[in-house]
Design a protein around this ligand. Structure first.
Ligand code: HEC
Length: 176
């Protein structure tokens, strides 16, 4: 009996704990705050740099070195974010396009083959015509990785036998 009374008392005491932060004095966003003589939402002090901004800016400015890992990452990101419209090969016939989205220019178009890496990076960052920006979904380093992969796609249809290292070329010539 005593135990039940103790448990009931404890339960009542715990129920009483709910009051804390719900009822403390506080400002709601955009409400008038007499303390600041203005909105309760304060602007950051001049010169404030958001966390991660400097690193992001550095990654935007520096193209990473071309490695097998970078290409693999680029392929992975391309397949997630770009194939729905640009298709697996970059011809621009992805499923969304087959369902009515305007057909993007094929990556094999002479204009896009001649375009520099920065153009592809900027299209991902800012969007282009009917295509929206991917800046919030694809981090700068991954944008460079995707650009590298697009370059590999373009090369895949325009490589000459002489582009292949001689050791690998011998293997190809033997197997023919
Ligand atoms: C929802 C569909 C869609 C997705 C997803 C998409 N794009 Fe596009 N993209 C388009 C369309 C549509 C155009 C053509 C826009 C226009 O000309 O108005 C385009 C154009 C482009 C162009 C050509 C720009 C030029 O100079 O003609 C590039 C490069 C490109 N996209 C890269 C990408 C990359 C890289 C991704 C993935 C990060 C991506 N797109 C994802 C729809 C998409």
């Amino acid at each position: 009996m005593r135990r039940i009374a103790a448990i009931t008392a404890l339960a009542l005491m715990l129920a009483g704990c709910d009051q804390n932060m719900d009822v403390q004095p506080k400002y709601n966003s955009y409400s008038y705050a007499p303390l600041f003589r203005g909105s309760s939402l304060r602007s950051p002090p001049a010169g404030t740099v958001a966390r991660g901004d400097i690193e992001r800016e550095r990654e935007t400015q520096t193209k990473p070195a071309m490695t097998r890992e970078l290409l693999a990452r680029g392929q992975n990101r391309f397949e997630i974010f770009c194939t729905p419209c640009h298709g697996q090969t970059g011809e621009g016939n992805g499923m969304v396009v087959q369902r009515g989205m305007p057909h993007p220019t094929s990556y094999f178009d002479p204009r896009l083959r001649a375009a520099d890496d920065q153009h592809f990076f900027d299209v991902i960052t800012n969007g282009y015509g009917a295509m929206y920006s991917y800046a919030s979904r694809v981090a700068p380093r991954d944008r460079w990785a995707i650009v590298a992969y697009i370059r590999a796609l373009q090369l895949s249809r325009h490589a000459a036998l002489s582009d292949i290292p001689s050791k690998e070329r011998q293997k190809l010539e033997v197997s023919q």
